[in-house]
Write a protein that binds this ligand. Structure first.
Ligand code: ZN
Length: 241
């Protein structure tokens, strides 16, 4: 498949391309773009982000480096197939450990997304730690970013400066926030991810999930999907809405 940029209707106009030939008429992003099923142009060395997010990230990384931190990307863009591998691995692990299908699903969505619903599909989000600090076995654990945890100083720096580069924590530790648990490692490049979330929320996620044919998706109830959309997808840092 030919690689292409996420490209806006106005840019298409400038290029003199007939809009009617594009499926992205109303939206800057197609359903496939939003669900990790397209093949976007991505940038980064050892990680993958959309161009604008990549450029902002490089600037932040340089600034962090001047302050003694070496930003290490644990995860960035993930496509649908990748997310599905994570889903299947966890589903099998939890169900073979004795959980019922719906309990396994509820446990997965404490930290991981249903394929097709991950912000990692967008090329705007990434999970980061400080590569200069001691590396504990499980890198992405909240305790590493709290108290005397190895990434504490880095987290303090990010709290102060990430926003000025356009990066915001998605799953905050706000007491009454629902959905995914606190993820002090997961940042999103707001100038791109805000419009993408707006487009994403226009999709009929309910019917997409029903036809997705995932491991365990026969056990998705209407209530579960409804709750997943309002809490896991939409109950995030309000600065990213
Ligand atoms: Zn993440």
């Amino acid at each position: 498949m030919k690689r292409r940029n996420f490209i806006g209707a106005s840019a298409l106009g400038v290029l003199g391309i007939s809009l009617s030939s594009f499926s992205m008429l109303q939206s800057k992003f197609s359903k496939d773009d939003l669900m990790g099923k397209s093949d976007p142009a991505l940038f980064g060395n050892g990680y993958s982000l959309q161009k604008e997010a990549y450029e902002a990230f490089v600037k932040m990384k340089e600034e962090a480096s001047k302050n003694g931190f070496k930003i290490k990307v644990v995860s960035s863009y993930r496509n649908y197939a990748h997310q599905n591998r994570i889903w299947e691995r966890k589903y099998k692990k939890f169900t073979s450990g004795g959980l019922s299908p719906i309990s396994a699903i509820r446990k997965i969505v404490e930290y991981s997304t249903i394929p097709g619903t991950s912000r990692h599909h967008w090329g705007t989000d990434l999970d980061i730690v400080d590569g200069n600090a001691p590396q504990p076995k499980g890198l992405l654990l909240a305790k590493n970013f709290e108290g005397n945890g190895p990434f504490c100083k880095f987290k303090e720096w990010m709290d102060k400066y990430a926003n000025s580069f356009g990066f915001y924590l998605v799953y905050t530790d706000k007491v009454d926030r629902k959905g995914f648990k606190y993820e002090p490692w997961h940042y999103s490049y707001a100038p791109l991810s805000i419009p993408m979330l707006k487009e994403y929320q226009k999709l009929d996620i309910n019917s997409e999930l029903k036809k997705a044919n995932l491991l365990g998706s026969d056990f998705f109830t209407e209530d579960f999907i409804e709750q997943y959309i309002t809490e896991n997808i939409s109950d995030i840092n309000p600065e990213l809405l």
